[in-house]
Ligand binder design. Structure first.
Ligand code: ATP
Length: 325
């Protein structure tokens, strides 16, 4: 029996090793936010520290075909469909000046998420270029790109590890004091302090489960630790209770202060405050300007404003040309 059992145990150990290798690959993949195929060029240049300028020049993009992503995850392949070879961005020109907040709006499928993903090099352009601080992101060192660009999405991932471990992905050498400062800035220090194990609380699927709004605030704490000069923010569409919503907004205001922000906007307050609103439709920028100008122009933005934004809860409705329309 031992003769039979021995090899079996050995085999199952191999399986465990393979599994953990897969898990750690996946993990690195997510933290770096890079797909296979996105690599650093030999002799890559660092993006100058603190760069806030983002430039898109005649950017074209189509998603890779199923064959091209054979290295990517099964989920990615499944999400491809008959439109896989269509151009999703068809010649985008945009400049975000250092410290500006630019809001991307547009109908579903217009290309807002795709545009934001090209900045952090989740994908590479198929034509034209994206530059940060004057450096084409394809020529930049991955480390400088990661240090410069911070991303907060609607479903920021937490690893099944302690809160401290999760925060250290943003800044490996962070001290406890720095972590508490970041948690305080993200308006979540009180909650973490009240947990019996504090920073050592294990989170995730089988650990302490944070609510959607709390997870977003932890993602903001990561951002505050990392201090990137550029923030890509996909605002939540999911409903948060109003207390959580208010806390997330205060945390974001702090996290975005003094940084360049490219925001996929779902909030009325964001589009009103934006230095520039870019209206995307079928992969092209069809209008650009500030809220008031675009309302007066009476084009797609004015329509979107009426259908997407003016329906938001009344506490969001500030006084404006169309308020109460
Ligand atoms: P939404 O507001 O609904 O999130 P969006 O403006 O962010 O939309 P994108 O997600 O950028 O739009 O999608 C732009 C187009 O690219 C859509 O037609 C979409 O179906 C397509 N697309 C998105 N992801 C992929 C993918 N992985 N493979 C192939 N096509 C994709």
């Amino acid at each position: 029996l031992t003769r039979l059992y021995g090899p079996l145990t050995a085999l199952s150990n191999v399986r465990v090793d393979v599994m953990s290798a897969l898990v750690s690959f996946d993990r690195v993949f997510e933290v770096l936010d890079l797909r296979p195929g996105i690599a650093e060029k030999p002799g890559a240049t660092p993006i100058p520290a603190g760069s806030g300028l983002i430039e898109f020049r005649d950017v074209r993009f189509r998603y890779p075909s199923a064959a091209e992503v054979s290295l990517a995850t099964l989920e990615d392949v499944a999400s491809l469909d008959h439109r896989e070879n269509e151009e999703v961005l068809a010649g985008l020109d945009l400049t975000v000046e250092p410290g500006q907040m630019v809001a991307l709006v547009g109908p579903s499928g217009a290309g807002k998420s795709t545009t934001s993903m090209l900045v952090s090099r989740v994908y590479d352009v198929t034509g034209g270029s994206v530059r940060i601080g004057g450096v084409d992101v394809r020529d930049a060192t991955l480390e400088s790109l990661r240090d410069t660009v911070g991303v907060v999405t609607q479903d920021s991932h937490l690893f099944h590890e302690t809160i401290a471990d999760n925060l250290r992905y943003a800044r490996p050498g962070a001290t406890e004091e720095q972590m508490w400062d970041a948690l305080a800035g993200a308006r979540i220090a009180g909650l973490v302090r009240a947990l019996p194990d504090g920073l050592d609380t294990v989170v995730g699927e089988r650990g302490y489960r944070f609510s959607g709004g709390e997870k977003q605030r932890l993602a903001i704490a990561r951002l505050l630790l990392k201090q990137p000069s550029i923030v890509i923010l996909d605002e939540a569409t999911a409903h948060l209770d109003s207390e959580s919503e208010a806390a997330v907004q205060r945390a974001l205001a702090e996290a975005l202060r003094g940084r360049t922000a490219l925001v996929i906007a779902h909030r009325l307050s964001t589009i009103r405050e934006a230095d520039q609103i870019l209206v995307l439709d079928r992969g092209r920028i069809v209008e650009r300007g500030r809220h008031e100008e675009l309302i007066v122009a009476g084009g797609l933005y004015a329509d979107l404003y009426r259908t997407q934004f003016a329906e938001l809860p009344s506490r969001e409705m500030a006084v404006g040309p169309l308020a109460g329309d």
